[in-house]
Design a protein around this ligand. Structure first.
Ligand SMILES: [Ca+2]
Length: 191
């Protein structure tokens, strides 16, 4: 085989590999346009200080996640503010309006939301600066709070919500910067 043929074969192989990857990604996205974590049964006495913990039956639903990085949204409600760089929810690169919902198995009331941003384990400029928290019962929004200049890696936000079944975080990404993806290690919701 000539070197030209070998180069041509290498190009063809690379192109086919790229097509296979694109097809696999399309299948993943088509099957789960709004990925949601499994519904675990609530465990009695589990994590009394964190209503968002999956062991209480809470679920996380997201606009997207970074599938190739294994950054599944379950990491945002597993009760661990780990410094392991895999253990975070990361939004997909093409998601320009990322959000995460915490879905409660039954109506809950709470007054604070603690977030663990990327700055808890990574460079501070990965910490999200601008986002909105809102809670709702069905379609009725019962509380919201806009954050516009956050620099804290682990801020505690006051948000008074009564008998709600969902907490939503809507993030403002900043394309071309470290904040072009959301990197969130944990959401904690306290009574
Ligand atoms: Ca976590």
């Amino acid at each position: 085989m000539t070197s030209d043929s070998a180069v041509r074969l290498a190009y063809i192989a690379a192109a086919m590999y790229g097509l296979a990857l694109a097809f696999a990604l399309a299948v993943v996205l088509a099957r789960s346009p709004k990925p949601v974590t499994p519904a675990f049964d609530a465990v009695a006495e589990c994590s009394p200080e964190d209503l968002a913990h999956y062991c209480r039956g809470a679920r996380a639903r997201v606009s997207s996640f970074h599938a190739f990085g294994s950054h599944h949204p379950i990491y945002a409600i597993d009760g661990r503010s780990s410094e392991d760089l895999v253990e975070k929810w990361v939004s997909a690169p093409n998601d320009d309006a990322p959000w995460i919902d915490v879905l409660f198995p039954e109506p809950v009331s709470f007054s604070t939301v603690r977030l663990s941003h990327a700055g808890t384990a990574e460079a501070s400029d990965y910490t999200m600066r601008s986002y909105r928290l809102s809670c709702s019962a069905g379609a009725e929004v019962r509380g919201s709070l806009g954050i516009h200049s956050n620099e804290a890696p682990r801020p505690l936000h006051p948000l008074r919500c009564r008998n709600v079944d969902r907490l939503r975080l809507d993030f403002d990404v900043e394309p071309g910067t470290a904040r072009e993806l959301v990197r969130l290690y944990e959401v904690e919701v306290a009574p």
